[in-house]
Design a protein around this ligand. Structure first.
Ligand code: NDP
Length: 277
């Protein structure tokens, strides 16, 4: 698919997506015109329409626009409909088709990169926002034996558990450690410089996964390691994997994600390294 591509969000200036898609394109010899477009909720529909008029063929959508994007689509994939949010838009004729690649991005990072097999595992999912919804369906589909969902606003956890059904249930009370194999933080608490409040010992023996990355991931990862997690990883790999799935939807080719992930990881490490004395 040729044409223009973009990521919409607010704020968007520091998005890694233009860099990721440029690297995928370079790898596969596909010339990519992919930019970041700042759009708040009230101006998003008009900006997206202007983008389409100017030759926009596909777009990613990030905070806080994923639900708004869903409402602007003429058609939805099953995974977007179930997640209730859209992070990938594909122009088909004069309409937008919406998809959600966050869930598959999480599974590919967890399973492919970190070697975590979800089958038969007891999973705790923190959060019930857009990313948590995509994660919940993906984790259940991948064979988790038990999916417990906890959220600051409990009603949203109850609604999400009911929507997922099967192995999912909401955790409403009780703070005792529970022998989880995997704890996924899909809250936005890290963006405020903190982490969701968790009882001591909850992370002991669990593989802990934080959806955010960079400075926003630090609070949960530090807590998880200090609390006895077997490992604690951020969502940088998920970011690359969800981007690769969007790339495939637009261009029909699958990039190798490992070198792109390695370059971003290296850049992130250089960024957080203390300055030389
Ligand atoms: P939403 O705004 O849709 O949801 C935010 C969630 O976080 C809600 O469950 C909210 O609870 C909870 N929350 C917010 N602040 C706090 C707090 N201080 N303490 C506890 N819970 C809190 O955001 P998204 O679901 O879109 O994104 C969530 C996270 O996932 C973000 O960090 C985002 O960067 C990351 N993400 C990473 C991706 C990747 O590729 N790596 C892809 C998508 C998202 P309540 O319901 O009570 O408001």
């Amino acid at each position: 698919m040729s044409g223009q591509f973009a990521v919409f969000g607010h704020p968007i200036a520091h998005s890694l997506s233009p860099r990721i898609h440029a690297a995928f394109g370079a790898q596969l010899g596909i010339e990519i015109d992919y930019r970041a477009i700042e759009a708040a909720r009230d101006g998003f529909a008009a900006r997206l329409a202007a983008f389409a008029r100017d030759g926009g063929a596909g777009a990613n959508v990030t905070l806080p626009l994923k639900q708004d994007a869903l409402a602007l689509c003429a058609e939805l994939s099953d995974r977007a409909r179930r997640a209730g949010s859209v992070n990938t838009l594909i122009r088909v004729g004069d309409r937008w088709h919406g998809d959600s690649t966050d869930g598959i991005g999480l599974l590919r990072d967890l399973g492919g990169r970190h070697g975590f097999d979800l089958r038969g595992r007891r999973v705790l999912l923190l959060g019930a926002g857009g990313a948590a919804r995509a994660a919940a369906f993906a984790l259940a589909d991948a064979g988790a034996a038990e999916l417990t969902i906890a959220n600051r606003t409990p009603e949203r956890a109850i609604a999400l558990a009911a929507a997922v059904g099967g192995v999912a249930h909401a955790r409403l009370a009780g703070t005792e450690p529970h022998g989880f194999d995997l704890i996924v933080d899909a809250t936005a608490a890290g963006h405020g410089g903190g982490a969701p409040e968790l009882p001591a010992g909850l992370c002991a023996g669990a593989f802990c996964y934080e959806l955010s990355y960079g400075a926003a991931a630090r609070g949960f990862l530090e807590h998880a390691r200090a609390d006895g997690a077997t490992d604690a990883v951020d969502g940088l790999g998920m970011l690359v994997e969800q981007a690769a799935e969007s790339f495939f939807l637009w261009h029909g080719e699958r990039p190798h994600t490992a070198p792109v992930y390695a370059a971003l990881r290296e850049a992130a490490a250089a960024h957080i390294a203390p300055p030389p004395r």
